[in-house]
Write a protein that binds this ligand. Structure first.
Ligand SMILES: Cc1ncc(C[n+]2csc(CCOP(=O)(O)OP(=O)(O)O)c2C)c(N)n1
Ligand SMILES: CC(=O)[C@@H](O)[C@H](O)COP(=O)(O)O
Ligand SMILES: [Mg+2]
Length: 622
């Protein structure tokens, strides 16, 4: 496409993306900030032979539109629709999947080395944001790339935003670069970057004085890691982007880092003027930018957590809160308003967040690490090695537990019960509703005898009556919610609402199930479980977790204590051992057999009903 048309293409691409996301919701701000970058990359590089890797992948909507998926953009993040991130299975233009941040340089280096070893010359470009650049994994990759002198191009997309404003010394460093002479200078200064590039890149001794002089913009951090540093350059200026990418494309050099300065939300006023730059949006009115608000009949679990932690912190100065770049998502932005000196946003650095909290706990503080289940996966060794072995009282407020819906398999919070449950000495709780969550925050605040974790899902509560303050729960004790006979259903987490609805259905069939809320995975309420097992014919467990979680622990207890040797029929209901594609949370639980219909079916099947008997029985009650 002639260069003069690329500007028009960028304008049309931006408009198309705004229109599509206004219909679907999703990540908007990041994609708006990389429209020109996306156009320039695809104009200069021979994709898909040349690889472009988008870090996190939430900014890849323009990339998707340009690579044959424009007609499907309005299926974004919906059942059977496009993923909200890059997916190998979705397109040959997506060489690597994403969703979690800071993986692009590692993956890109792997592709560059493979390309060399397989004698398949190609360019590999990793596009990584300033937020994602705050994660240790990015430095592990650059450290390795620099030493290998690999043929890798890293584009640092610096918009001075993470989800919230970025934190840490890197932000200050990048800001200094951007306020330096090259970027703040005249266009001539920018042209210097372009005109001298060929010589600099072909100069065998790249540390020549000339290079240092003409490009000494302070990119020292990256240069010392073995990268050519180019920039900072206006990431919306196609006139400069195109020749820079062409020069870099054709240069035979070691790893290169191109520092682009962009604006998150660029080109859409409501996003540009919003504090979060419309990072994640629901459906919205394109004209006004007003986002659709789903009618809420109950507070969100996140807000209940934040409000309760503020209550507890008001009474206990030792309580502090830690987030890994997710202050709004975890509700800690509200905590920060009340206790600004006791909140720590460490950037996208989950490993550091956990061991930082462990350090505070070792000195007598009460740290709450508020973190999505899926992102806690990044810090598993820190939980084992720095917290549990030392038995330090770190509190883990695990948000987005279970299916998260539109973000799909990369963000599923399905595994924390299993991966924490394997670690000795950690108390694990799951809230059945928002009132229980308030009690669990209070329980965690009071518990100083080692690590304690409580999990709760994305979304709104059940609309139950809320206690003014949380009460300390007896550690390791569950509760009977409905006394019956024959069938017992032991629920861990918010499936309890579906279990109670299933109980009503079973009661209409003349069955009178006992329902219990386990509250604790560790320590299990062994007395309660043994009682249910010895006084009922059927015992089911339900949970928002995978194999290895609550049901597996109950099965182990039952089997180890001979409670499966007699007449008891035990069935653990859990998230199936597979990756589930994005859909609505309710659709995903229904497909997993964890909604009321699935629970009823399992109960009747376990009682011996065949399909005909079940249809007859259920037919009578419908
Ligand atoms: C390991 C991990 N932690 C947290 C997140 C949540 N998250 C998604 S995007 C984002 C901010 C990314 O900032 P940046 O890389 O600068 O991209 P931008 O949105 O500014 O384009 C965060 C923290 C994540 N995806 N992965
Ligand atoms: C891209 C990313 O990882 C985050 O933006 C995540 O999608 C936020 O999830 P919630 O919408 O559940 O806060
Ligand atoms: Mg950013």
């Amino acid at each position: 496409m002639p260069r003069e048309n690329l500007r028009q293409l960028a304008d049309e691409l931006r408009a198309e993306m705004i229109d599509a996301v206004s219909v679907t919701g999703g990540h908007l701000g990041a994609g708006l900030g990389v429209v020109e970058l996306t156009v320039a990359l695809h104009a200069v590089f021979d994709t898909p032979h040349d690889r472009i890797i988008w870090d996190v992948g939430h900014q890849a909507y323009p990339h998707k539109i340009l690579t044959g998926r424009r007609d499907r953009m309005r299926t974004l993040r919906q059942k059977d629709g496009l993923s909200g991130f890059t997916r190998r299975a979705e397109s040959e233009y997506d060489p690597f999947g994403a969703g979690h941040s800071s993986t692009s340089i590692s993956a890109g280096l792997g592709m560059a080395v493979a390309s060399d070893l397989m004698d398949k010359p190609r360019n590999v470009v990793a596009v990584i944001g300033d937020g994602a650049m705050s994660a240790g994994m990015a430095y592990e990759a650059m450290n390795n790339a620099g030493a290998m002198d690999a043929r890798l191009i890293v584009v640092l997309n610096d918009n001075d935003m993470s989800i919230a404003p970025p934190t840490g010394a890197l932000r200050t460093y990048l800001a200094r670069l951007v306020s330096g002479p090259v970027y703040r200078g005249t266009r001539e200064a920018a042209k210097t970057v372009v005109s001298k590039l060929p010589k600099m890149l072909y100069e065998p001794a790249r540390k020549t004085e000339e290079f240092a002089r003409s490009f000494f913009t302070g990119g020292t951090l990256f240069e010392e890691l073995g990268f050519y540093y180019i920039g900072p350059v206006d990431g919306h200026d196609l006139e400069n982007l195109l020749p820079i990418f062409e020069n870099v494309r054709d240069a035979e050099t070691g790893p290169i880092l191109i520092h682009l300065v962009t604006q998150k939300g660029k080109g859409y006023a409501p996003a540009e003027h919003s504090a979060d730059k419309y990072h994640g949006v629901s459906k919205f009115n394109v004209i006004t930018g007003a986002q659709a608000k789903a009618p809420s009949n109950a507070p969100s679990y996140t807000n209940v957590f934040a409000e309760t932690l503020i209550q507890e912190a008001n009474d206990d100065p030792r309580i502090v809160a830690v987030t890994a770049a997710m202050p709004t998502g975890t509700g800690l932005d509200k905590f920060a308003e009340v206790h600004p000196s006791r909140i720590f946003d460490v950037g996208i650095a989950e490993q550091h967040a956990v061991t930082f909290a462990a350090g505070m706990a070792s000195e007598g503080m009460k740290p709450f690490v508020a973190i999505y289940s899926t992102f806690l996966q990044r810090a598993y060794d820190q939980v084992v090695h720095d917290v549990a072995i030392q038995h330090l009282p770190v509190r883990f407020a695990i948000d987005r537990a279970g299916y998260v819906g539109a973000d799909g398999p990369t963000h599923a919070g399905n595994y924390d019960a299993a991966y924490l449950g394997a670690i000795p000495g950690i108390v694990q709780m799951a809230a059945a509703d928002e009132a229980e969550l308030r009690h669990m925050v209070a329980t965690a605040a009071a518990y100083d005898n080692g690590p304690i974790a409580f999990r709760y899902p994305r979304g709104e509560g059940m609309g139950v009556d809320m206690p003014a303050r949380g009460e300390k729960l007896a550690i390791g004790k569950g509760r009977i919610v409905r006394q019956g006979a024959t069938i017992a259903i032991l629920s861990y987490g918010t499936r309890l609402a579906e279990v109670l609805a299933a109980a009503d259905k079973l009661a209409a069939l003349g069955l009178n199930p006992t329902i219990a809320d386990a509250r604790f995975l560790k320590p299990l309420d062994e007395e309660l479980i043994a009682k249910l097992a010895t006084t009922h014919d059927v015992l089911l467990t339900t949970e928002e977790g995978s194999i290895g979680g609550f049901g597996s622990h109950v099965a182990t207890f039952l089997a180890s204590n001979g409670l499966l040797d007699g007449k008891l029929r035990f069935r653990p209901l859990m998230i199936p051992d597979r990756f589930d594609e994005h859909a609505s949370q309710s659709d995903m639980y229904a497909a997993a057999g964890l909604d009321r219909a699935g629970i009823v079916t399992t109960a009747l099947t376990t009682l011996g009903y065949d399909e005909a008997a079940m249809a007859a029985a259920l037919g009578k009650t419908s």
